[in-house]
Design a protein around this ligand. Structure first.
Ligand code: ATP
Length: 537
């Protein structure tokens, strides 16, 4: 799987899909550029999403809000105070890690819960405390056998999500506290949550002399607005596109005369100063999101959450991906603004990972903006309820669907990439294929003259001139025809059209299908229809 992932990354570079940003200067960490074919594929994914969300839903409209927003937006949304990753530096290796607050929170919670424990569980817990506190430091370490051996080495086979960890037990009144420093592989929080449940309060982390303290690290990038004096007018690069939708909720509702339930969609860049950024375009510092906020009546949020949960998975599967590659991951522990949340996960070569989040965000965001801006964020609903009375004024509830465009891009590349063995008894042969859905393919059609003479290039050009109004086409006359086919297979072009001498006589060409490699003789006049049908949405 590692090998496959590496192959996809080098393929993406070799064929002009993705380049490292500022590569000639050795790159900028977790920032990438999309090349000539990557830009096409990315645009096609955007279009597929936009059409499915905006064009196909009469009650969803799309906007394009600015990346810069008033600094108060991020106060209201909770990002200034809460959009943090706990961070820890290893002084020896000079590496920075994302420790996790989650464990600490969980311990706090459990201590708070202690008051409500049944007598039996309280007794169990207290005997556990006694048992641990009676042990020496080494004994404590040994007591939690699966985390660390006596040399302080982590058992990574068992806990592959922990990069480095250490712990120390401290007596605090009645309770046992665990002072912890934990460096996690940030992608694996779900596993960690499971572990916490398993271990109840036994969170085995402490600090060794080589670690700095855990510090909160805000993930937002900030910059200075205008030529202002020091310290004033700090603005942020938005860490999500959603807030641009919330602050425009009433503008869109009023100008578009939208009736609840309705949605506002947006595609745009977001920026997060991720502490650990890795796995190619999986976790970037500059990335793009495709988000839709769906405004509903209070009380109808759960229904719509279920609706969007299903609708979004359907969208993914409609691209022809194997259904078993996808799964839901329902959140148990919810963000402060949510009353339900699920991730749509895809099985990447490095495991099941989130591609899209569906969140029931309650009225949190609009209420916060109402409070911070002093402007009413209410909707007047004059439909009649069951008692025959108008619903009246309320702050709508919101269901959010939020998908990372770059992760979707990576998913698409991984899913499409195939090294196909075409060997026969006499001859070894293979080809690299991008089995992209034709609607997503960067080029829909490649047009080839069989040879560079006898008027074939001119005829091929003629066809190209005709088709290019409707489809992104590429013209190629260099190299043998077989080689040209292979090149197009490798970038996912669903159709290759070859012009030969017969074409000059009867206005027919061969059309070759990427996946089956079958060739058909068809009339030039029919090409538009054949291609059009295959690449339509
Ligand atoms: P993660 O847990 O992976 O950090 P998240 O839960 O913070 O993601 P959301 O805030 O829900 O993600 O953002 C919605 C979507 O945006 C994610 O499902 C993901 O596809 C994408 N996304 C988030 N952070 C990044 C990133 N750093 N690089 C690329 N895509 C991202």
């Amino acid at each position: 799987n590692d090998e496959q992932f590496k192959n996809v990354i080098s393929h993406a570079k070799e064929y002009g899909f993705v380049f490292q940003s500022s590569e000639i200067y050795d790159g900028l960490s977790a920032v990438y550029d999309y090349g000539q074919l990557g830009a096409e594929l990315k645009n096609n994914i955007k279009t597929y999403w936009w059409k499915a969300m905006v064009q196909m839903h009469e009650n969803i409209v799309g906007i394009d809000s600015a990346i810069f927003m008033h600094p108060k937006v991020w106060k209201a949304s909770g990002h200034v105070d809460g959009f943090n990753d706990p961070m820890i530096d290893n002084k020896d290796s000079k590496k920075r890690y994302r420790a996790d607050q989650l464990l600490e929170n969980k311990i706090d919670e459990l201590y708070a819960e202690l008051a409500n424990f049944s007598a039996e569980n309280k007794a169990k817990f207290e005997s556990f405390q006694q048992e641990i506190l009676g042990l020496s430091d080494e004994g404590q370490a040994a007591w939690i056998p699966s985390f660390k051996d006596e040399n302080g080495i982590l058992d990574n086979a068992k806990y592959p999500f922990v990069d480095e960890a250490s712990w120390r037990f401290v007596k605090k009144g009645l309770a046992l506290e665990v002072e912890m420093n934990l460096a996690l592989k940030s992608e694996n929080l779900a596993q960690l949550k499971d572990l916490i449940v398993d271990y109840k309060v036994i969170c085995p982390i402490s600090k060794t002399s080589n670690w700095t303290d855990v510090r909160q690290f805000n993930l937002m990038f900030s910059t200075q607005f205008g030529a202002m004096a020091e310290g004033s007018d700090e603005v942020y690069l938005r860490p999500e596109t959603a807030q641009g939708i919330f602050v425009n909720f009433l503008n869109v509702q009023k100008s578009g005369r939208m009736k609840i339930p309705f949605g506002i969609a947006q595609i745009g860049k977001a920026f997060r100063n991720e502490v650990i950024a890795r796995q190619f375009i999986m976790r970037m510092r500059e990335f793009e999101q495709m988000e839709m906020q769906f405004f509903v009546r209070p009380g109808e949020d759960k229904k719509w959450f279920e609706y969007w949960k299903e609708a979004r998975l359907k969208w993914h599967k409609a691209l022809g991906t194997k259904p078993e590659k996808y799964r839901y991951h329902d959140h148990v522990k919810l963000a402060h603004y949510a009353n339900a949340a699920t991730d749509i996960e895809f099985e990447f070569p490095f495991g099941f990972k989130e591609v899209e989040g569906i969140h029931s965000r309650t009225d949190f965001d609009l209420t916060q903006h109402q409070e911070y801006s002093g402007k009413k964020m209410q909707y007047f609903d004059n439909d009649l309820n069951e008692e025959g009375k108008p619903y009246g004024n309320y702050v709508p509830y919101v269901i959010e669907t939020s998908i990372g465009l770059d992760r979707m891009f990576l998913l698409t590349m991984i899913n499409a990439f195939e090294e196909q063995d075409l060997s026969t008894e006499d001859k070894q042969d293979s080809r690299t294929l991008l089995r992209l859905h034709p609607a997503l393919a960067p080029y829909k059609v490649a047009v080839f003259p069989l040879t560079k003479k006898d008027g074939l290039p001119e005829k091929a050009r003629e066809i190209m001139e005709e088709l290019k109004f409707d489809f992104n086409c590429i013209y190629e006359e260099k190299d043998a025809i077989g080689k040209r086919y292979r090149r197009q297979d490798a970038v996912g072009t669903p159709f290759c059209i070859t012009v030969d001498h017969q074409s000059l006589e009867d206005n027919t060409v061969t059309i070759r299908h990427r996946d089956s490699m079958e060739q058909q003789r068809v009339a030039i006049a029919d090409l538009g229809d054949i291609v059009g049908k295959a690449v339509s949405w």
